[in-house]
Write a protein that binds this ligand. Structure first.
Ligand SMILES: NC(=O)c1ccc[n+]([C@@H]2O[C@H](COP(=O)([O-])OP(=O)(O)OC[C@H]3O[C@@H](n4cnc5c(N)ncnc54)[C@H](O)[C@@H]3O)[C@@H](O)[C@H]2O)c1
Length: 448
């Protein structure tokens, strides 16, 4: 018979275990129903809702959105779930009725909503990037660690076969120690234009004040923020680095077991205080690890035309580069990881090498290649989170990992405020050596 968390706590209290214990993997029962609350249920949030709820141990308990049309659309799928438009009211009112919170809002609300829910001991599935500012990323990691909470950043490719295979090939030394990573996306989540000074009418279905949340309150402009386009805007998203970069950085970052970088330069246009640059070339230097040379160079290019041609990116037979991806350049050869749903390619002496994955599968280092189906592979990542809540698995992208990946991305975003200037990062202090850049580590915390 299924058991809710409350039943479990009642029993644990009878056994002398404090009911004040935070919900964490140590104390949670394996056959329980995980009662979920979903904050942001339009756009990606609707996918997240469907994916999480496809796990048989999930009971969708609450839905929250600042757009009543999107909230009603999700509610049709789960008519028994309670509805909210303010996540603070949801978390306060249902504190004892939910176990896990799924956060799929625009990036600027990830931190405030996650931190509030984590302080209440909830497990969190938060969309990528973890947040739009470095101070919140560090705080999220710290709370999750101290409270031993189950956490997962929503970055499904982390659980995909191709990405696990690329990690294994790098770590098995097939291309030697890596000295450079090049990663690229021609997508543009920047905005070089100007905004109208006139305010558009706020739609009746949208609570614009709640949408802005802790970020600055701006004039409402149709199609500039809600939905999707907030990615382009300073104070809300993190540009193309925060959108595609976080996906494409994930495997090299994970495979090379990197820490945060020690320096960063972003060659882009001057900041305009409105949108992120439409084109960025970001160069990082990382301290070496056992999979890299003494230092690792990492170059990211985004926007129209990216990546600009470079010998490191020339393919055998004059083949065309995949539209988006990463190239690991090692002492023996190169590994190309297209983004996404393609097997990595090993290139040595400018020739593709035959890749026999069966030996890894035989040694059970890698699960067998599943059906090449995006939906099925994505579900693994969501279900891993629920299984971790049930104490059956560990999450592969917990906040202790994903906060560092996010910090790395955000260092490149902050460097965009100082085009062409090298900024040096002191990871112990969590500050730039260049004092002027430290004002961009935190977002303003507006009361709303
Ligand atoms: N992992 C992936 O593959 C993937 C893909 C797309 C988006 N994302 C991430 O998902 C998140 C959402 O992106 P999107 O494209 O769906 O954006 P969106 O603007 O389309 O949707 C955001 C949703 O959150 C709601 N919302 C906004 N503020 C809210 C608040 N304070 N409380 C409750 N609801 C609120 C909006 O009304 C909307 O329903 C982002 O962090 C994005 O990076 C991840």
């Amino acid at each position: 018979m299924n058991q809710t968390r409350r039943d479990f706590i009642k029993k644990s209290t009878a056994l002398g275990v404090s009911s004040l214990l935070p919900f964490n993997k140590k104390f949670f029962k394996m056959n329980a129903k995980i009662r979920t609350a979903h904050i942001g249920v339009g756009g990606m949030g609707l996918n997240d809702l469907k994916a999480i709820s496809s796990h048989k141990n999930v009971l969708v308990t609450a839905l929250c959105d600042v757009d009543s049309d999107l909230l009603n659309q999700a509610h049709k799928l789960f008519p028994k779930a309670k509805m909210f438009k303010d996540y603070r009211i949801l978390l306060n009112n249902l504190e004892n009725e939910i176990d896990a919170v799924v956060i799929s809002t625009p990036d600027h609300t990830h931190g405030p909503a996650s931190i509030m829910a984590m302080k209440k001991g909830k497990a969190i599935y938060c969309q990528k990037p973890l947040t739009n500012n470095i101070i919140d990323a560090r705080e999220m990691s710290k709370i999750s660690f101290e409270k031993r909470l189950v956490t997962q950043m929503g970055i499904q490719v982390h659980s995909f076969y191709d990405y696990k295979l690329a990690k294994l090939l790098i770590q098995e030394d097939l291309v030697g120690k890596i000295h450079t990573v090049r990663a690229w996306s021609p997508k543009n989540w920047g905005f070089d234009g100007k905004l109208s000074k006139k305010e558009d009418k706020i739609p009746d279905n949208l609570d614009w004040n709640l949408w802005c949340g802790t970020s600055p309150y701006k004039n409402y402009l149709e199609n500039k923020y809600h939905q999707y386009n907030w990615r382009k805007m300073v104070g809300y998203g993190c540009g193309t680095l925060g959108d595609m970069g976080v996906h494409i950085f994930d495997t090299p970052y994970n495979a090379l077991e990197l820490d945060v970088p020690e320096s960063v330069i972003n060659e882009c246009r001057k900041p305009n205080g409105i949108g992120f640059p439409e084109k960025n070339k970001v160069s990082y230097v990382f301290p070496g690890t056992k999979f890299t040379t003494k230092k690792l160079k990492w170059v990211w290019e985004d926007g129209k035309g990216a990546p600009y041609s470079n010998n490191d990116l020339k393919l055998p037979n004059g083949d065309k580069l995949p539209q988006q991806g990463a190239m690991f350049i090692g002492k023996k050869g190169r590994l190309l990881l297209p983004h996404f749903m393609e097997i990595p390619k090993i290139i040595i002496d400018n020739k593709y090498q035959f890749l026999d994955t069966s030996k890894f599968e035989e040694k059970e280092l890698l699960e067998k290649n599943p059906a090449r189906d995006y939906e099925k592979e994505s579900l693994l990542h969501y279900h891993e989170f629920i299984d971790a809540c049930l104490n059956k698995k560990e999450c592969s992208a917990p906040f202790t990992y994903s906060s560092k990946l996010t910090e790395t991305i955000l260092l490149g975003v902050v460097a965009g405020r100082f085009p062409g200037e090298k900024l040096n990062w002191d990871k112990t202090k969590g500050q730039f050596i260049e004092e002027k850049a430290n004002q961009f580590l935190k977002q303003n915390n507006r009361s709303f």
